[in-house]
Design a binder for this molecule. Structure first.
Ligand code: ZN
Length: 156
């Protein structure tokens, strides 16, 4: 395993659309291991392939319950909405408020090439949406709600 360099804002690769993975080759498996190691080392909860310079539909997520690999993920269903602080390993030292679903149901392949249905709630739902956005060149900063437009319920 090896650490990969995390691309940061300003690198065009973060804005490109990723292609599906047709076959899970030894190179892809090595990439997955490297991405998990890189995510853990950077203390992140998720990392998408374009963030390490690979334009393939693959991401890894770990919200503290062990790594989850999603290959060619598709969001099947979302529920709820919550505005919470979000950050990204490709946008270091920054954060902002983003509105995300509180539940997400995703279809993907795991690293054995098996189709799996993943249901995420809370932080896991948010991470699924954030990482899948990366595969289409979308960053959370595109979705930031300016602080003066935030309406917190406890202020009503
Ligand atoms: Zn990110």
């Amino acid at each position: 395993m090896a650490l990969r360099q995390i691309r940061v804002l300003g690198d065009d690769i973060l804005r490109k659309k990723c292609r599906p993975i047709n076959e899970i080759t030894p190179n892809i498996l090595e990439l997955i291991d490297d991405m998990i190691e890189t995510m853990h080392k950077a203390d992140g909860v998720g990392l998408a392939a374009p963030q390490v310079g690979i334009l393939r539909r693959l991401a890894v997520i770990d919200v503290g319950e062990g790594p989850v690999v999603i290959i060619n993920p598709e969001i099947l269903e979302t529920k709820g909405s919550a505005i919470t602080i979000e950050g990204c390993l490709s946008v270091p030292e920054e954060s902002g408020y983003v509105d995300r679903p509180t539940y997400a149901k995703v279809k993907a392949l795991n690293k054995d090439g098996e189709e799996v249905i993943i249901e995420g709630r809370g932080l896991f739902a948010k991470a699924l949406c954030h990482e899948i956005d990366h595969l289409d060149g979308i960053l959370y900063i595109d979705k930031i709600i300016p602080e003066d437009e935030l309406e917190f319920e406890d202020e009503e």
